[in-house]
Ligand binder design. Structure first.
Ligand SMILES: [Zn+2]
Length: 175
C-alpha cells in the first residue's frame, strides 16, 4: 500500500513540474511585443510649432487631415502606394528628409511601406486607439502624424514596416 501511494505522489509531482514549465515558457513568449522597435525619441531636433490656422494655410486638406489630425488615407489610394522611383521622401509639413526610396518595398498593405527611416527623423508614440495596440510614428521636427510602424517588415532587412500615408510625404526624385 505504501509503495502504491509513493508512486501516486511521484506521478503527481512529475505532472506539476511539466505544467510549471509550460506556464513559464508561455509567459516568456507573450512578453515579446515590440521588442524590435527602438522607441527612444530624440529631443535634439529643432522643433517647428505652428497654430492650427497656420497649418491649414500651408497644407492641402488631405495633408492637414493626416499630419495635424492623425487621419488615415484610404488604402490603395495614396499617390506613393504603388510608386517605386528612386529618390527621397520628405515631410509635407516641414520638408524634413524622412525616407529613402532604397528602403521602400511593396508590402501590398495599401500604403507606402519602408523598412527603415532616417536617423532621429521620427518619434515613436504608443497608440491605443481603435481597440488596437500600435506604435504611431510622427515627424520629429513638426510633430506631424505620418503613420504607424509594425514588426512584419522584410526579415532579411530590419524586420520593420513603416506604414506611411502618401498625403504626409513629398517625393523628390534623384538627379
Ligand atoms: Zn515634419
Amino acid at each position: 500500500m505504501k509503495l502504491i501511494l509513493s508512486f501516486i505522489v511521484i506521478y503527481i509531482m512529475k505532472w506539476l513540474s511539466i505544467i510549471t514549465l509550460i506556464l513559464l515558457f508561455g509567459c516568456n513568449s507573450s512578453s515579446t511585443t515590440h521588442q524590435n522597435i527602438n522607441m527612444e525619441n530624440s529631443s535634439s531636433q529643432a522643433r517647428i510649432i505652428k497654430t492650427e490656422a497656420e497649418w491649414k494655410q500651408i497644407l492641402d486638406p488631405e495633408a492637414f487631415n493626416v499630419l495635424r489630425q492623425s487621419g488615415t488615407e484610404y488604402p490603395h489610394t495614396g499617390q506613393y502606394n504603388q510608386f517605386f522611383q528612386e529618390g527621397k521622401y520628405y515631410c509635407k509639413g516641414c520638408n524634413s528628409f524622412l525616407f529613402s526610396s532604397d528602403t521602400k518595398f511593396n508590402s501590398s498593405c495599401g500604403w507606402p511601406s519602408f523598412y527603415d527611416v532616417q536617423k532621429d527623423a521620427i518619434q515613436y508614440i504608443q497608440d491605443l486607439s481603435h481597440g488596437m495596440r500600435r506604435i504611431e510614428v510622427r515627424c520629429s521636427t513638426c510633430d506631424g502624424h505620418l503613420g504607424h510602424v509594425f514588426e512584419d517588415g522584410p526579415r532579411d532587412k530590419t524586420g520593420l514596416r513603416y506604414c506611411i500615408n502618401s498625403a504626409a510625404l513629398v517625393f523628390i526624385p534623384n538627379k
